[in-house]
Design a protein. Structure first.
Length: 306
């Protein structure tokens, strides 16, 4: 029997033209595009039961959500991986990376393909995920070039009030007011970091004046208002709904007490729906040391309770 090799794939994508990560019939998705390319480069039929070439991802992103650094794993037979090498004098994972980089559309970038350590599971071994939501409010310079990954809010936002609301999310909570569970799952999550900060207006090159420039070209994100949140995992629509709630508080349409009440009573209703997706990016996925990967995966599979 052919030996099966587990690969770790690190990648990023512009989610604007995708119906999310997860493969769906007759829809353009990130998983669908990558798996289609995998079958072509490994010369495996799409319906081959012995070589399904299915990806397992660290976290499924919704329609329109981006990823700077996403992680998934792939189980592939040694022979299929060998077919990716062809005439290249490189190891199988490197050959697969190069072929995927050439075949995939430009809104997907393969950063690396490596042999996964023993016990690695892209989804269940992960310790935490970091998301950032970027907003251009009235205090920001609205840059139309960044409209694909920054949300424009035509309002003066009270950042202090938004941070009061964000602080209420820290720790282990049931986020049922701001998320929907997967079948058989819960909306209980452990949030480690959550805050709003404005990006300082800064020059693209710190010593620009020393270079003789009279105009200091600003860094692209200067002045943007960004929400950073880190958790062990996220439920469906959780980040976008929390952002939407915080922005309602920041605009003065809702109070911090209202937000606290939604945290205290995890009941989904119309006022806590998700905000537009384009401002959200999965920035990072963290994993434990290799010798703790299997134990982490086993522990996280248990259904959580408060």
């Amino acid at each position: 029997m052919c030996r099966v090799i587990r690969l770790r794939i690190d990648l990023g994508y512009d989610g604007g033209a995708f119906f999310g990560w997860a493969r769906q019939p007759d829809m353009r998705t990130v998983q669908g595009e990558i798996e289609r390319a995998l079958h072509m480069v490994a010369r495996v039929g799409d319906a081959d039961p012995d070589e399904p070439l299915r990806l397992t991802v660290a976290g499924r992103t919704d329609t329109g959500v981006h990823a700077l650094h996403q992680v998934c794993h792939l189980d592939i037979g040694e022979e299929a991986l060998g077919r990716c090498v062809g005439h290249m004098n490189v190891p199988g994972p490197e050959a697969l990376k190069r072929r995927l980089q050439r075949m995939l559309p430009r809104d997907i970038a393969i950063h690396d393909v490596t042999i996964a350590p023993d016990g690695f599971d892209a989804r269940f071994s992960a310790l935490e995920r970091t998301y950032v939501y970027r907003v251009a409010d009235r205090a920001s310079l609205v840059d139309p070039r960044m409209r694909g990954f920054v949300l424009h809010v035509d309002a003066d936002l009270d950042v202090d009030a938004m941070n009061e609301a964000a602080a209420l999310t820290l720790g282990l909570h049931d986020f049922g007011s701001f998320a929907t569970p997967n079948p058989g799952g819960t909306t209980i999550r452990d949030v480690k970091t959550a805050y709003w900060r404005r990006v300082l207006a800064s020059p693209l090159i710190g010593d620009a004046m020393a270079m003789g420039e009279s105009y200091r070209t600003p860094a692209a994100e200067s002045g943007l208002l960004c929400f950073t949140i880190v958790a062990d995992a996220f439920a469906h629509n959780m980040v976008r709904s929390l952002v939407g709630g915080c922005i309602q508080v920041g605009m003065g349409k809702r109070t911090v007490d209202w937000f606290a009440g939604k945290m205290a009573t995890p009941l989904r209703e119309g006022s806590t729906g998700p905000i537009a997706p384009q401002g959200l990016t999965l920035e990072h996925v963290a994993y434990p040391p290799d010798d703790m990967l299997a134990a982490r995966a086993q522990a996280i599979r248990a259904k959580r309770t408060l």
